[in-house]
Design a protein around this ligand. Structure first.
Ligand code: TYM
Length: 333
């Protein structure tokens, strides 16, 4: 069956191995399947929910597009564009925010985490951001949305909003209810320093993550310094239950090598972490360094990146513009 794929990544700099294994690597596989229609969005309207430096934001938009392309997304097959170029996203977001009850938004755990203790000072945009995300997805009739585990709740909200709109306006199936595509076992890559924390661009310690633009030496050094424990690697995955950092490194190795966790356990059973770490560094260098080199090359070719983004926005506008028109007609505008 052909799938309509939509997903987005925020241009906030420091895209890391978690973004790659949880999302972008899957975008590439979906792009490579000729049956799919794929749209990958640099969600710059999402980025301004927290303060951004103007020039940095412009650079980060290009760098995120460069990362998509460097990872293997082909702009002649998939649409790559930045969200702020297509008006319908913001317009759809307003309409849907008038349909979604506050109670649904109050349940969003990511807002609670991001806003922290000082909720009163967080922007209203940060609070309603999941509705903008719903608008992104629903405007394109996406059937499948590849994301990491941390976006699961937002996708459930998207599904609820679509169903409520269809019911409220008696327009069954107008908004397509999308399915999440979340890779089992590899959808939550953890910090290299703390197995309880997600790998994240906002972690103050750069040693907690592998950035997609890290040099070879930085990758080797970060893997060397990654937290582990003193026990050897067991013969069954279940025995790793409470060994979070060990589990994370084995998961990263499996995911980047495209093999099952069981196969990785077989490969390393009884060995020490130093063996796993040296093999992991090697495979990361072979997979991530070429991407990193390509990102650095592409960001120097601004004209090319801007051309990809403009062409992508024109194609996206055609699809989303039509949908928002129909949506407004249904409402009575
Ligand atoms: P963002 O920009 O925070 O992250 C981009 C993608 O990377 C995944 N990810 C991870 N996966 C595994 N382990 C991690 N440690 C990790 N960190 C990040 C995220 O799950 C995500 O898939 N709201 C979204 C962007 C968005 C979007 C959309 C996604 C806006 N509109 C429509 C899908 C569809 C976000 O902030 O992702």
């Amino acid at each position: 069956m052909s799938k309509k794929i939509f997903s987005g990544v925020q241009p906030t700099g420091n895209l890391h191995l978690g973004n790659y294994l949880g999302a972008i690597k899957n975008f590439v596989d979906l792009n490579n399947d000729n049956q799919n229609e794929c749209i990958f969005c640099v969600v710059d309207l999402h980025a301004i929910t927290v303060k951004q430096d103007k020039d940095q934001l412009t650079n980060n938009i290009r760098e995120t597009a460069a990362t998509f392309i460097a990872s293997g997304i082909d702009p002649s097959k998939s649409i790559i564009f930045n969200q702020s170029k297509v008006h319908a996203h913001a317009e759809g977001s307003w309409i849907l925010s008038c349909m979604a009850p506050m109670g649904w938004l109050n349940r969003m755990t990511q807002f609670k985490e991001k806003a922290g203790k000082d909720k009163e000072k967080a922007s209203v945009g940060l609070y309603i951001y999941p509705i903008l995300m719903a608008s992104d997805i629903l405007l394109y009739d996406a059937t499948h949305v590849p994301v990491g585990e941390d976006q699961k709740q937002h996708l459930e909200l998207t599904r609820d909003i679509a169903q409520k709109f269809n019911k409220d306006f008696d327009c069954e199936d107008f908004l397509r209810v999308p399915e999440p595509l979340i890779k089992k076992n590899f959808s939550r890559i953890m910090s290299l320093k703390d197995g309880l924390k997600k790998m994240s661009k906002s972690d103050p310690s750069d040693l907690s993550r592998i950035n997609l633009t890290d040099t070879k030496d930085e990758i080797i050094n970060k893997i060397k310094k990654a937290k582990t424990d003193s026990l050897p690697i067991p013969n069954e995955y279940q025995k790793l239950k409470d060994r979070l950092e060990a589990k994370n490194l084995l998961g990263i190795y499996s995911s980047i090598s495209d093999q099952t966790l069981d196969k990785t356990i077989d490969e390393f059973e009884g060995k020490n972490f130093s063996d796993l770490k040296s093999q992991l560094a090697e495979v990361l260098l072979s997979k991530i360094s070429p991407i990193s080199d390509e990102i650095k090359k592409l960001v120097n070719d601004q004209n090319y990146l801007d051309k990809v983004l403009v062409e992508g926005a024109n194609k996206a506008e055609e699809i989303a513009g039509k949908k928002i028109k129909e949506m407004k007609k249904i409402i009575g505008f």
